[in-house]
Every structure is written in C-alpha cells, then in structure tokens.
Write a protein that binds this ligand. Structure first.
Ligand code: BGC
Ligand code: CA
Length: 297
C-alpha cells in the first residue's frame, strides 16, 4: 500500500471526492474556497468552477453537468457555461446555515445535510442542521433535524441500509433504507468513537465487501470499519491531520482518493503541515469501491 499526494495544490477545506467513471475525473469541492474542482489523473489537468457561496457537495447529473449543495441551496452547475441555477432552498429561518456533505442513492436522489455556523472547526452552532433529500422530480424533503455536522453517507450494495455520520455524535449510524421511496427507519449506532483520541468522524465511503472507510478529522487517518460488528479492521495514516473524506476511483475503482483541510491553522501550523489541504491517493489497498451514483433529475 502506498500513500502519495494526488493533487499537489493545497486548497482550504477540500471535501466530497466523487469519482466520475464516465469522464475518468475526480470531482471535489473546496468549501471555504468556494470552488468545485474537476481533476483528471491522466492529464493532471484541473478545471475549477467558482461558486458564489460555500459549496458542501457536488455530484454529476445523469443528463450532464452536476448538482451542488451550496450555501442553503440545491443548484445545477453547467460545466460548459459555468452557470449555476438554483433549484431549491432550505433552512429559510437559519441564514447562517450551510450545506455540508452530500451523495446520491441508487435511485438517483441527492441527499445532503446542513450545519450551523462554525467560527472554529468543529465548534458549531449545535443541532441547527438537517438532512435533506432532493428527489428526481425536484421536490425536497427533510429526513430529520437536530443535526450538528451532517457528514458521511453510504449505502449497502443491496440498498437495504443507509449509513450516516453526524460528526459530533462521534458515531456511524445505520437506517433501514427503502430504495423505491427513500424512506429511512430504525436509526441505530453501528460504530462509536472516543473523542478526542480517535478524531472526529467525517466523510466515508463503502467497499464492495460492505466495509466502511471513514475519514477521521484531526486524526490524519482513514479507518476501515466492519459495520456489522463495529470493529475497526485497518487504519491508513496521512501527512495531514485534517482528513475530511474519501472515495474509491480510478479505472478499476481501486484507488482511494482522500481530501484534507487547512482551515483553522495559523501560518506557522500550515508551515509545519504543508500538505494539509491536498488530495491524497492510496494505491495497493486490496479493496475496491462501488461506482458513485449520479443525480437523475
Ligand atoms: C465540515 C467542516 C467540519 C468538519 C468536522 C466537515 O465535513 O465541512 O466544516 O469542521 O466536517 O469533521
Ligand atoms: Ca465532510
């Protein structure tokens, strides 16, 4: 196994990596930098799209372009014209809220959650966020509220379970998932963490064996966890403590891409941890991911 820097151009708060198999590119966001990035690992070219607010998540649309969860809006991004068109807004009474992590389910719905104001990393206005679903017909429903920092989404390959992380609950939760309707039932914890030693659970992805890979913010690690037993199977260390999220990518879906953050660091800390804010890649893991789903509306 080898860890190396994939995109050697640090951003501020890189998040939400998504491998787009159709174009062979990695999509990810810089939340504080207010950018969507599209990086081609073959040509090493990076295309950057400016977003007019903090952008928490980006996922390709089946019909072309992408859907983003940015500020408190869902919007479509046209890669050619670079235009952003709002399709819905959420949290109208919480103007300081913003969208954070988001992902699509196998029916092509886009799930994304919000969080309250966060003046210092992880010091957030508590319980101000909610998890939302943008359905393929453009309707938005709220799945639940009282969320601290909405993060890590993943589904089992049979779509019977959705995994979810509210970071400051220090757990991975599971829901019974109904693919035809998108209904969530029976929330329970499948893994708990000990702060501060373990760090803060952030973004996650799932491999073809149904094991979760969880980026631990402030621990510089991605952990492989068996959600059926709650046991930690493996850990990978990164030369950046604020690891934020991970996904499988590459032509065989066997390269893991890991994003990181430098937000909250002083100039001195940035000098000490200069790779903070880079995208890393892990090869030779011996694990593969399932393809990232697109938005189908
Ligand atoms: C958020 C950050 C937050 C971090 C904590 C990320 O998903 O975007 O703002 O500090 O989670 O784990
Ligand atoms: Ca995240």
């Amino acid at each position: 196994m080898a860890v190396s820097v994939a995109v050697d151009e640090p951003g501020l708060l890189l998040e939400g990596p998504h491998w787009d198999s159709r174009t062979g590119t990695l999509l990810y966001v810089d939340i504080h930098g207010q950018h969507v990035h599209r990086w081609d690992p073959v040509t090493k070219q990076k295309d950057t799209y400016d977003i007019d607010c903090m952008v928490g998540a980006v996922v390709p649309r089946e019909s072309g372009g992408a859907v983003v969860a940015a500020g408190t809006k869902f919007a479509f991004l046209d890669f050619e014209t670079r235009q952003l068109n709002t399709v819905a807004t959420v949290d109208p009474h919480k103007p300081r809220n913003r969208f954070n992590d988001g992902k699509c389910d196998a029916a092509g719905r886009f799930w994304a959650g919000t969080m309250g104001d966060e003046p210092v990393p992880t010091k957030v206005d508590r319980k101000a966020g909610s998890l939302y679903c943008l359905h393929t017909d453009g309707n938005v429903t709220k799945a639940f509220n009282e969320v601290d920092i909405s993060n890590g989404l993943a589904w089992t390959s049979d779509n019977s379970i959705m995994y979810y992380i509210d970071s400051l609950q220090y757990s991975v939760d599971a829901f019974d998932f109904d693919l035809p309707t998108g209904m969530l039932r029976n929330r329970r914890q499948v893994k708990t963490f000990d702060p501060p030693v373990d760090g803060v659970p952030d973004g996650m992805c799932i491999d073809t064996d149904g094991k979760l890979w969880i980026a631990m913010f402030d621990a510089g690690q991605v952990l492989q966890v068996d959600p059926e037993t709650g046991t930690q199977l493996r850990s990978i260390s990164f030369p950046a403590p604020r690891t934020t999220s991970c996904c499988f990518g590459g032509p065989n879906l066997d390269i893991m891409y890991v994003t990181s953050s430098r937000v909250g660091y002083s100039a001195e800390e940035v000098q000490q941890k200069p790779l903070s804010g880079c995208v890393f890649q892990v090869t030779g893991l011996g694990a593969r991911g399932t393809p990232g789903m697109c938005y189908n509306g």
